[in-house]
Write a protein that binds this ligand. Structure first.
Ligand code: MRU
Length: 377
């Protein structure tokens, strides 16, 4: 998407690859919305750390990062012994897979790359195929998001108030985003509407990333505290909910997404508000049979016990000597611990529809439509 920094507007993708230096280039999302910066990872271990430390986050973006990380690791191999190369590749794959467990996109993306590499006969051939396949995954992610926009924009009518959770915007993908794709497409079609961004504690991806994205694109929006959604729904102030997903089960239509999504789906059902999930095909898990088997990432308790931000005065905006600096502040009682599950699973019956690149389906229709939705074998 276009990013305007200090008056200069440029198009950026969240994840790209510098083939000359064998580096993955990432938007450093932990600094947003306060600073826009692209950083390189120099080897596959740094790429895996960038995923686990959430320099890059969001299902499609970590999928593309893992695909490029696998190509990066493959290209760093020296020699022509295919057996050693294959062992090396297993190590790289595992490191990138283990970086974050809930989203299925990294595994689907790396499996695409590995399948393509089978057509190479030498180490050199496999290395160049790996990069081409990672580029293809990345381009396909963008294409899928645009198609999601095309299908999803029909759901947005003039005057609507839309709720979204966490960040399933372009920062969570390579470009355009999933939950935001219908928003950007509706905006381009001249529709007028308003978006509420759930703050999304503990890491506040809604307040920091989605709000920044929407501000950059000139979309009317406000941040709400996570606990405010029920109140607004009860007062008739939310007409539509669109969220993303980290893993959607093709067999059952269950949706794993950022913690708090399930709560919003229950509330939406209670108030008869349509609840949609937007996903590219790489987010579908065709194997798992039950949502309760989705691995839910437990993250560090410091995310719940405090918060990151820029130092400034909340009321007067008066700058202190330390203001402007990114800092972590402890909020919670110093002797208390915390539990921090990163995701939850929303059952199919709470979901009105799944917006895919191939159209909008009822969650339980995914399995019947599996050929059209990229299920192989
Ligand atoms: O922990 P994150 O920021 O990687 O989680 C991302 C999400 O869960 C988002 O809600 C998003 O909808 C899924 S990624 C497109």
């Amino acid at each position: 998407m276009n990013v305007t920094v200090r008056g200069q507007t440029r198009h950026h993708r969240t994840v790209t690859f510098d083939s000359r230096n064998n580096q993955v280039l990432l938007v450093e999302q932990r600094l947003l919305p306060h600073e826009f910066k692209i950083i390189p990872t120099r080897n596959f271990r740094e790429t895996a750390s960038a995923i686990s430390d959430m320099v890059v986050r969001g299902a499609g973006a970590i999928g593309a990062t893992a695909a490029f990380g696998l190509a990066q690791g493959a290209r760093a191999f020296r020699g022509s012994d295919l057996k050693k190369f294959s062992h090396h590749l297993t190590v790289v794959y595992q490191a990138l897979k283990d970086a974050r467990p809930t989203a299925v996109d990294p595994v689907n993306a790396m499996n695409d790359v590995r399948r393509a590499m089978m057509f190479g006969e030498t180490v050199g051939e496999k290395q160049s195929i790996a990069l081409a396949a990672a580029e293809e995954f990345s381009n396909e992610d963008v294409h899928h998001c645009k198609q999601i926009g095309m299908h999803g924009a029909k759901l947005i009518r003039n005057g609507m108030r839309i709720l979204t959770h966490c960040n399933a915007g372009w920062l969570a993908f390579v470009d355009v985003g999933a939950a935001t794709a219908p928003i950007y497409a509706a905006q381009a079609a001249g529709k007028k509407f308003h978006v509420f961004c759930d703050e999304t504690r503990p890491r506040s991806q809604g307040a920091t990333l989605t709000a920044w994205e929407l501000a950059q694109q000139g979309v009317s929006h406000q941040i709400i505290a996570d606990n405010a959604a029920g109140h607004l729904m009860q007062r008739g102030e939310i007409d539509l909910v669109i969220v993303g997903s980290d893993r959607t089960l093709g067999r059952t239509g269950e949706v794993a997404n950022k913690i708090g999504t399930y709560t919003k789906a229950v509330l939406a059902k209670r108030h008869n508000i349509p609840f949609y999930v937007a996903i590219p095909l790489s987010t579908i898990d065709w194997k798992l049979k039950r949502g309760c088997d989705i691995p839910i990432e437990d993250r560090h308790e410091h995310e719940v016990l405090g918060a990151w931000g820029i130092l400034s005065s909340p009321t007067s905006g008066v700058q202190s000597p330390k203001s402007g600096r990114r800092a972590y502040v402890r909020v919670a009682n110093p002797t208390s611990g915390a539990r921090n599950p990163g995701f939850d699973v929303t059952p199919a019956e709470l979901i009105t529809g799944i917006i895919t690149p191939a159209g909008i389906f009822k969650p339980r229709e995914l399995w019947r439509q599996r050929r059209e939705l990229g299920f192989a074998s």
